[in-house]
Design a binder for this molecule. Structure first.
Ligand SMILES: *[C@@H]1O[C@H](CO)[C@@H](O)[C@H](O)[C@H]1NC(C)=O
Ligand SMILES: *[C@@H]1O[C@H](CO)[C@@H](O)[C@H](O)[C@H]1NC(C)=O
Ligand SMILES: *[C@@H]1O[C@H](CO)[C@@H](O)[C@H](O)[C@H]1NC(C)=O
Length: 497
């Protein structure tokens, strides 16, 4: 996108040569170390990094957050140049994504496929570039609610992209994958798992393609959605602490929805002749706000239970001792601009809040979550409803503010649900004010709003402070910035003397 990319990239590579050298050495050690071993399965814990956000943390801050938490794998939903530039030289394994709406073009045009690969993959596959391991072709393209609109493009797009990768000499390094939703298969008992009849043929083609390229099958599994969507889903079956509702399937006993779902997929794959296909969990997680069952303690219990389960290498009844190859938690950060169509929880999936602060204690296998460092906040001030004003005419302002900003925590089950009518209005005003980067007019609301320096947060209900666009990285002093700073010093010097 940016014509200045190569230069920027070069500047970027000067910034932390030290850590890069270290990473290269580490990489060598890992490669040498692992070459002598026999396929010891050790699952990796990665994260999804989505960017449908109202307050975007600088990509450098996010990459440092990943590094500080030793998160070695990240999955993106597109090929955003800013994110990829920030990942250069980090050594972090990356899955880049192709959105569903590009599948039609990529399925019909080898030229478009070539240029997607060259613009979004090849340019990063340089020394100190991005460690791209996978390209996700579409995202849940078989979702029932898409009514089959992307279905026929998937395999032709894969075929074109595979050729483009081969032309770029990347076919041996980068694998094409297709993250599938769990509603692609069904069954009441895991051992009876099968793909949806109308998907059977396409799944057979897809899996045979993946198999011939040595690619894994990727699936997204959400026990939270099962619980949220069905009032008779046994709550303890969604978690990993034992259940009074075990599923008995012949000789096999299932004590959690995750294993049951996973084995349903294993059975479905067996049925079409690929029972040994490696599986990666592309998305799995638990939201923390917006509805009753989405809260901090449930999210912590689910995610920690899941991580401990996967890292124990226990596997499942149909794959004992073989856990998923990798799992990618959904999600790294809250994304306040997501559609609430799935439910009011949708903007609250992050293990970190939008500003990179850990929401709860979670151990990914190497210590508790660490907060993002050097987050550049706007000034610590808030916009609230003026207590001296009559607020009877505020309804339209409230609606408008919440149609732009995120107010989903105000809903029943949300962290701000019991702050009262006035609290509600203040919350909406503040969310809007922060969204507009504390622009003075954005706290007017026909004279009903007022700026305060006292944090109006109550209990678990947090009134946020926005963050800056974070264009300056904080690590590398840009040449232009240095010149501006020198100018400022020079001017103040003249005035002071
Ligand atoms: C590369 O990816 C970006 C972001 O996903 C997309 O907007 C762009 O169209 C892609 N480039 C090509 C040539 O398809
Ligand atoms: C949190 O969610 C769990 C599981 O969904 C639920 O049982 C519990 O009541 C919720 N806790 C609160 C405080 O709402
Ligand atoms: C605050 O707003 C939420 C969401 O619009 C609503 O459910 C709740 O009843 C409101 N509370 C009061 C006291 O008006």
């Amino acid at each position: 996108m940016s014509p200045f990319f190569p230069k920027d990239a070069a500047t970027g590579s000067k910034c932390n040569i030290g850590s890069r050298v270290l990473l290269s050495i580490l990489a060598v050690v890992v490669v040498v170390g692992s070459s002598g071993m026999v396929a010891v399965v050790e699952s990796g814990i990665g994260v999804n990094w989505g960017t449908v956000t109202l307050h975007r943390l600088s990509p450098h801050t996010v990459v440092n957050l990943l590094k500080d938490n030793k998160i070695g794998k990240v999955k993106l939903f597109d090929a955003d140049p800013d994110s990829l530039k920030a990942l250069m030289g980090s050594g972090i394994e990356v899955m880049v994504g192709i959105p569903n709406d590009m599948l039609s073009l990529l399925s019909s045009s080898p030229t478009a496929s070539d240029s997607w690969v060259s613009q979004n993959v090849s340019r990063y596959m340089v020394k100190n570039g991005v460690n791209i391991k996978y390209v996700a072709v579409g995202n849940e393209p078989f979702l029932t609610s898409y009514s089959g609109q992307y279905q026929s493009y998937v395999v032709p797009a894969l075929t074109n992209l595979q050729q483009s990768l081969a032309k770029a000499n990347l076919a041996g390094i980068i694998k094409l994958v297709v993250p599938c939703n769990a509603d692609a298969y069904e069954s009441s008992l895991p051992s009876q798992g099968a793909f949806r009849p109308e998907l059977n043929q396409i799944m057979t083609q897809l899996v045979s393609f993946l198999n011939s390229n040595g690619s894994p099958f990727i699936v997204n599994i959400y026990p939270f959605l099962s619980l949220y969507g069905s009032s008779d889903f046994p709550q303890d079956y969604a978690f990993f602490d034992g259940t009074t509702h075990s599923v008995i399937d012949g000789p096999n006993v299932y004590n959690n929805a995750f294993d049951g779902n996973f084995d349903t997929l294993v059975a479905a794959l067996s049925k079409i002749g690929y029972g040994q296909m490696p599986i990666i969990i592309g998305e799995v997680g638990w939201p923390t706000d917006g509805v009753i069952s989405a809260n901090l303690s449930a999210a912590r219990a689910f995610n920690q239970g899941l991580i401990n389960h996967v890292l124990s290498n226990k596997g499942t009844p149909l794959r004992p001792g073989v856990p998923p190859m990798d799992i990618y938690l959904f999600s790294l950060l809250d994304e306040g601009a997501k559609s609430t169509l799935p439910g009011n929880f949708e903007r609250h999936w992050g293990i970190f809040s939008f500003d990179g602060q850990a929401k709860y204690k979670l151990n990914l296998g190497n210590g508790l979550l660490k907060n993002a460092k050097d987050v550049e906040y706007l000034p610590f001030r808030w916009c609230v409803a003026d207590p001296s004003k009559d607020l009877s005419t505020v309804a339209n302002h409230f609606k408008l503010a919440c149609s732009y900003a995120d107010c989903t925590t105000l809903n029943y089950g949300g962290s701000c649900n019991d702050i009262g009518a006035k609290g509600n209005i203040s919350y909406a005003f503040n969310s809007y004010y922060q969204l507009l980067k504390q622009n003075v007019q954005s706290c007017d609301f026909d004279g009903l709003g007022v700026v305060t320096f006292l944090d109006p947060s109550v209990g678990d209900c947090r009134f946020l402070v926005g963050i800056t666009d974070g264009k300056s990285s904080g690590i590398c002093l840009d040449g232009r910035l240095v010149i501006v700073l020198l100018l400022i010093f020079w001017v103040s010097y003249i005035y002071l003397v």
